[in-house]
Structures are given as C-alpha cells and as structure tokens.
Ligand binder design. Structure first.
Ligand SMILES: Cc1ncc(C[n+]2csc(CCOP(=O)(O)OP(=O)(O)O)c2C)c(N)n1
Length: 548
C-alpha cells in the first residue's frame, strides 16, 4: 500500500455548506431587513442562536406591540419589516395587529416558530396544529414549508409577496429543527439575490381619457388617499390639484393611515365624512370625483344615502385590484399611483377654471376647565416642529388634531386604518426607530394606550426619543358618541375613572409629566420634544367629541 497520497484520486473538496439559519440571515441582509421585531419562546431560540452582528432585535413584551412596532417601522421606512413570533399563542396575541397591518397595507414578513417536525404529528406541546390557516384571512400569503431546505426560498417568496402591490403582511411558520439543517445552496443562492418589481403604470388610453374628463368637467374634485404618500407621489398630487384647479378632500379617516395631500394647502377642503349619505352630500355639486390612492370608500357607520351626488361620475386610481373590484360605483384604473399621476400630468390639457376657495384657518377653541381636546391639539400645533410626525390613536380627537395641526409634509401622519386599538403607541415606537432624525409625537387616548401599553418598555429600552401625549378624558368618548348615533341607552363599560397612564409608563421606565392648563401643556411638550429619551405628557381634557 502506497504511503504517498495520490492527489488525482482524492475526493473533490466538499462545497462549503451553510445551515438554513445562516442562509436565512444572508437573505435578510441581502434584502436590507436587518431590524427584527420579536418576542421569543423556546420554539424560536434555535433561530436566534448566535445572533449575527449587523442585525438588531427589537423586543416587544406582547405580540400586539411587536407587530404594531413593525407596522410603524415598515410604513415609515418604506421597506418590508421582519417579525418573529412565538408559535400559536404568539400569533394569536398578534392577530388584531395583523388585521391593522393589512388595512395599512404594511409589508410585514411575519414568522413564527413551530414544534420540531418529528413532534408535530403527535402534537407535542406548542405544536401549532394548523399554522398556515391561523392568520389566513388577514395576510396575503400564509405558509409552512414542506422541507427545512425550503425555508430560505419560502422567506424570499414572503418578502416579494409582502412588497408587491398592494403591500401587506404575509406569514411563514418554521419548525424549530429546520434552522440547523443544511441549506440547498443552489436554491438559496438563486432565491436570495432576486429583485421583483411590481410597479406598473395604468393603461395609457384609460389615463388619457381621465385627463380629458378632468379638463372637460365643469366642477371636478380630487379625493386624496393614503397611497399617494406611500407611493411617493405627494408633489404630483399637489401639481394635479394646482394645474387642474381642483378642490381637494382627504379620503375618510377610517381608511386612511396616511395623508394624501398637504392639509395647509389653499386647495384643501377637509376630511370626507365616512358614512354613505354624508359623504355624497359633502361632494354635492361636483360632476367628476377623482379618487387617488384610496378605496371607494372606507364607509362607517351605516348612514344610508345615495352613493354619488346627482349627476356625478367617479374615477379611482388604486394600486389594489380588490379595491377596484369591490367599489360599488365609478370606474377604476388599477396601477401605481405615482406612475399614473406622472402620465396623467403629461396628458392633462390646460385648464382655465377658477381656483377653489380656501377653507378658513383653524379656530382657536374656547377656554374651558378642564381644557378641551381641541385646545390640547392647538397647544400641540403651537410646538410641533415643521418636520414633526404625528402618530394618532385618540378616537374622539382625531378630527381636532387634523384640523389644528394641518400637517403638510409627506410621511408626517400615521393612523391605524383598520380601527383596531393598539396600533398607535406601538407604531409610534417603530416610526421613530425608522425616522430617528424626525421628532415623533404620539397622541393617544388613555383608553387606547392600554391595548399596547408595553410599548413604553420598548421605547425606554431602546432609547427611542418619542413624545407621547395622553389625552385623559376618563371615558371612551367616541363610544358615547356612537351610542347617541345608534340610539343606545344605558350601555355599561364606557367610563374610565382613575386610569393613571403616567404612573404605568413610569413602571416601564418612561418619565411622565402631567399638565392641566394650556400653558403647562405647551411647556411640558417643549421639554418632552427636546429630550433625547421617550417622554410622556398626560393632559386632563374635557369629555366628549373634539371636532375642530
Ligand atoms: C381592539 C379594539 N377593541 C375595542 C375597540 C372599540 N373602541 C373603539 S374606540 C374605543 C375607546 C377609545 O378610548 P380612548 O382612547 O380613551 O379615546 P376616546 O374615545 O376617549 O377619544 C374603543 C374601546 C377597538 N376599536 N379596538
């Protein structure tokens, strides 16, 4: 037997192999998804093992907060965000927040751990027995890969599915023993490097026709929706309104997580009421209603009436085929809002109709004791920095905030379009993480704050310099207003006496200040905005709705 090695007979050097976990982190790095929101359990620990440098894990203490933070982060960064939840109960806790993310068209790649494959059929503890079905109607795609080697490809598919229009959350369940398995190099390498673009322009003839209809209409109006901001089409919407001399309404608040138009602009008229009858009454007199970047319409509550004012036609531009299909009236162009507005402006003939009248400036609210929520919003308007961002979940004060602040820059406003409470406080932390250089103010009702109260801990733990303004009116004011509308008397559970949010926030590590008068509120807000740490200001406000 020869003692010298015969090089030609040696087996080829084994190709470098990677684990499914290593391949997944490579994919996430490649896709720019290096911030991860999660709440871990034993089924997720194998994924988090040897957490690689260059990644950031943001811990939320309850899954509604985890998904809410990711939602705010995705919307404010314009990038998909990665979420890791704890098998079935973690997904269960997150469900309301996933519903909100769907309404917000927020691109979230939500993953959850699962029992080891060998233990699933015998249904060992923590098995999610039908993982893909669990979040099903709330996500664009829900999946549990059949083999460990498919995990990186499934996650790549999840990223593209979440990001293609209309954007939204997707879900992948991953058995805990998949992470150490050997990755399929060819599949991983190919799936990791793909880029997929779904932005498509509207049919040229349809866009040309719309331009012509705008030019020929006697009294057209623009309804601006949240996808204008999401598409980066803010300036184009302004150009359209100015060139075609259109008055502009914001699409109804429940459906709009963002602004579509500067609310201090002279053409801006206000926010459309969300009920069928009042909405068409508001648009009375217009013969062409052009809706851009919104559904037609996010109606609520049920106040019947005609869908359109007499003699009016409607055309909607939306990136969402489902929005186009389910609208009960009007025509629709399904396309990217920005590309379509560019084309529309190129096709738009000159219009010589007069410019619309401007609405009056915000009124200074009358004095009262306690101060009204409108007065609190006027105080906030007085100190809000030009580049400030408002995240709001204060149901009875949303209209007052919009009217007093009249925010006029893109990316300045986030509101939970789904209406599930718990978005505000959590999303505000995510928005501030995504926009560290812009001051973020979260205005939240003391009732709403409870649905994501643990977000205070994440804000403190990660030094997120957020300002939270809690409106303390000691009741569910909006529900009392709804009770009036629905002619409901004697409903229990609408009062919130002695709920001390400032004291609770202190327990999570966020300093609280209390204000009673408008002057105190102004100075407390100034100090909070100047602080490099999260700060809370709680102000006592009068009960009831604040509209102006
Ligand atoms: C998850 C969830 N649960 C319950 C509701 C119903 N709801 C809508 S508004 C509201 C009250 C909010 O109270 P608060 O934040 O104090 O605001 P206010 O109405 O006083 O302005 C409730 C409970 C909801 N929208 N979402």
């Amino acid at each position: 037997m020869s003692t010298t090695q015969d090089q030609s007979a040696a087996p080829p050097a084994a190709a470098a192999t990677r684990s499914v976990r290593e391949a997944t982190f490579e994919l996430l790095r490649e896709q720019g998804m290096t911030t991860m929101f999660g709440n871990p359990g034993s089924t997720e620990l194998p994924f988090l093992a040897d957490f690689p440098a260059g990644f950031r894990y943001v811990l939320g203490l309850q899954e509604a907060v985890v998904v809410g933070m990711a939602d705010g982060f995705a919307q404010a960064s314009g990038r998909p965000a990665f979420v890791n939840l704890h098998t079935a109960p973690g997904v269960g806790n997150a469900m309301g927040a996933i519903f909100n993310a769907q309404a917000n068209k927020s691109p979230l790649v939500i993953t959850a751990g699962q029992q080891a494959r060998a233990m699933m059929t015998l249904q060992a503890n923590l098995t999610n027995r039908d993982a893909a079905r669990m979040p099903h109607p709330l996500v664009k795609w829900s999946y549990e890969p059949p083999r460990a080697q498919d995990v990186p490809h499934a996650l790549a598919r999840a990223v593209h599915a979440a990001t293609l229009p209309p954007q939204g959350p997707v879900f992948v369940s991953i058995p805990m023993d998949d992470w150490e398995a050997e990755a399929d190099e060819d599949l991983t390498r190919n799936a990791t490097a793909r880029s997929v673009s779904g932005r498509a322009a509207g049919h040229p003839a349809a866009v040309r026709d719309l331009a012509q209809r705008i030019a020929e209409a006697a009294n057209p109006v623009l309804v601006a929706g949240p996808d204008i901001d999401a598409a980066g089409a803010w300036d184009l919407a302004v150009e359209l309104a100015e060139r075609a001399r259109l008055p502009v309404w914001a699409s109804p608040a429940p459906g709009g997580g963002k602004l579509g138009f500067p609310e201090g602009h002279p053409h801006f008229q206000g926010i459309l009421p969300p009920a069928i009858g009042p909405l068409s009454e508001t648009l009375q007199g217009h013969d062409l209603i052009v809706v851009v970047g919104a559904s037609v319409f996010a109606y609520y509550p049920n106040i019947p009436g005609p869908l359109l004012p007499d003699g009016a036609a409607l055309v909607a531009v939306t990136n969402d085929p489902d929005e186009a299909a389910r609208a009960p009236m009007g025509d629709a162009i399904v396309a990217d809002v920005k590309l379509t507005l560019e084309r529309l402006l190129a096709d738009l003939p000159d219009c010589d109709r007069p410019s619309p009248e401007s609405r009056p400036p915000a009124q200074e609210p009358p004095e009262s004791d306690p101060i009204s929520a409108s007065t609190a919003m006027a105080a906030l308007a007085g100190v809000m920095p030009d580049d400030g961002i408002l995240v709001i979940e204060a149901p009875s004060s949303t209209l007052a905030a919009r009217n007093q602040l009249r925010l006029s820059r893109p990316g300045s406003y986030y509101f939970g379009a789904g209406g599930g409470l718990g978005f505000g406080l959590a999303a505000a932390v995510g928005v501030q993480l995504a926009q560290p250089r812009r001051p973020v103010v979260c205005v939240v009702g003391e009732g709403s704050a409870q649905y994501a109260i643990q977000a205070f801990w994440s804000a403190a733990a990660y030094d997120v310099p957020l300002t939270v303004l809690v409106l303390r009116n000691e009741e569910y004011a909006i529900l009392k207003w709804f009770a009036g509308l629905e002619q409901v008397q004697g409903a229990p559970g609408l009062d919130l006496p002695a709920l001390d949010v400032a004291a609770v926030a202190e327990g999570y590590g966020v300093r609280g200040r209390r204000a009673e008068r408008s002057g105190d509120l102004t100075s407390a807000l100034r100090e909070a905005l100047a602080s490099p740490k999260p700060e809370l200001v709680e102000v006592r406000v009068a009960p009831g709705m604040a509209l102006g």
